[in-house]
Write a protein that binds this ligand. Structure first.
Ligand code: 2GN
Length: 446
């Protein structure tokens, strides 16, 4: 059971402007903005993505939606009218958090935030009812959706906060009011939006915006954040043995590693290699300690941790090319967003930018035009090559004459393997069942 609201309660929380008295006793199971996910008793929120969600209101009712949140009046069934549905989503999430009052643990950082989130949730789940961000639901839409998807009895809510634009994390922090925050790293992966590492540091320190000053912020000992630490903030820094948290005696093996920390008695073993994973596990263990999880529970949880496969990830091909892989699901909004992100990243020296796009499935009767409209965001000056694969992608190929269109998977795979060079950057995106993961595995030698 998730939110379990009446329509009356939702209408009040989002400031609905219409008269919905007739329907106010309806109980709502959960909220969805992707009409494909609607099940009976849900409320459907019409968001403006790559397509306007208002076009799918009737299809949401067909799937059993009990009500709809819309920016215009609806004639087909119960609805709440608001000025802006995205704001309504955020207001409802804020209301649900205030009602349930789980402790929020917020995690950000360029690399490692997903791993740290999974490890932290695993440690807390040893002793508390714990819920965490699923997939990449870490932005101004994904984070409120995550909150609204949390079971009613959640005690600890582990939220990943993403940073695609300056000010985004301040906003997310003010929405979720973290009790504990973790910054895993001040990296360089958002340089194209932020201009400098200093601005990245400023952006990540936005995580303190919605925190009480006595609440702990766990952050790297990197001096670049110093000027952004609020006065009186309780900050705990990690890094070397001059800092409050550090690890020692790290032993890496082929598929696990062991280390000790300065704050736990016994060594920790995690079933994954990579020194950065040791740091992520140390941060998770420290959050567990702050939340009074017993030490042997912390050890046990980390020893058995299962990490979710990152949906969007940068990988290295065996020949050195950079692979941006996002091959597990696809909707028009997400495909356009990742293309826009990919296009603004500067190419490697003498390298090309190559996009490989496969069909997005289950889009209904408008699927052909939704594929063709991906062209609206594609910059054929920035993209050196485009490969399209699948029957629906023919509609995009028709409006992109320079694209290479494939109907045969093996032909696509062998062309890419011979075509991709060491300095190239390659984006692969499509629905899971299109099988692009097999090409990612072939390129990366998996
Ligand atoms: O980028 S996201 O995936 N995101 C999610 C939140 O966390 C971060 C990442 C994202 C996805 C975002 Cl930020 C915003 C939105 Cl609005 C979406 C999203 O789900 N977009 C979707 C569509 C668009 N545009 S889902 C979806 C499914 N829909 C097609 C359009 C669409 C399926 C559908 C098609 C036709 C009918 C019904 C459903 C139909 N029925 N037609 N006639 N009758």
């Amino acid at each position: 059971m998730t939110m379990n609201f009446t329509l009356h309660e939702i209408g009040r929380a989002v400031g609905a402007t219409n008269n919905y008295k007739e329907f106010e006793d309806l109980t709502i199971e959960k909220l969805e903005f992707d009409s494909r996910k609607v099940s009976p008793g849900d409320i459907f929120l019409a968001l403006k993505g790559a397509h306007d969600g208002h076009q799918f209101i009737d299809s949401a009712y067909d799937k059993g939606a009990a009500a709809v949140i819309s920016e215009s009046p609806v004639t087909t069934g119960p609805f709440l009218q608001v000025k802006d549905t995205k704001t309504a989503l955020q207001e409802l999430a804020h209301y649900y958090l205030k009602k349930q009052k789980p402790d929020v643990i917020a995690i950000t950082g360029s690399n490692g935030k997903t791993t740290t989130k999974d490890m932290t949730a695993a440690v807390l789940a040893a002793q508390f009812k714990t819920y965490k961000t699923q997939g990449n639901y870490n932005n101004d839409i994904g984070l409120p959706y995550t909150i609204l998807s949390m079971p009613e009895d959640t005690e600890k809510l582990v939220l990943e906060m993403g940073m695609d634009r300056p000010g985004e994390i301040d906003f997310l922090s003010n929405l979720a009011h973290p009790k504990i925050a973790v910054i895993t790293l001040i990296g360089e992966s958002h340089l194209e939006f932020f201009g400098s590492r200093r601005e990245i540091a400023r952006g990540k320190m936005g995580i303190t915006a919605g925190m009480l000053r006595r609440s702990p912020l766990i952050a790297p000992a990197d001096p670049i954040i110093n000027e952004f630490i609020p006065e009186d903030q309780n900050i705990i820094r990690f890094g070397s043995d001059k800092d409050e948290l550090y690890l020692t005696k790290l032993t890496e093996r082929r598929d696990n590693l062991t280390f000790e920390t300065n704050f736990l008695d016994k060594a920790i073993t995690i079933p994954v290699p990579g020194k950065f994973n040791a740091t992520n596990a140390m941060l998770a263990a420290y959050v567990g300690k702050l939340e009074h999880v017993a030490e042997d529970e912390i050890h046990k949880a980390l020893a058995e941790v299962v990490l979710t496969k990152n949906r969007t990830q940068w990988l290295k091909a065996v020949n050195g090319a950079d692979i941006l892989s996002d091959v597990y699901n696809a909707n028009p909004t997400a495909m356009k967003l990742i293309l826009e992100t990919f296009q603004v990243i500067p190419a490697n020296d003498k390298g090309r930018k190559i996009a490989v796009l496969a069909d997005m499935l289950e889009l209904g009767p408008e699927a052909p035009s939704m594929h063709a409209e991906v062209a609206d965001v594609m910059d054929m000056v920035k993209l050196d090559q485009v490969y399209l694969y699948g029957p629906l992608m023919q509609n995009l190929a028709a409006v992109l004459p320079s694209a290479h269109y494939f109907t045969d998977f093996d032909a696509l795979q062998s062309t890419l393997i011979s075509e991709i060079k060491a300095n190239d950057q390659v984006l692969l995106k499509g629905s899971n069942s299109m099988g692009l993961v097999r090409i990612v595995d072939a390129l990366t030698g998996n």
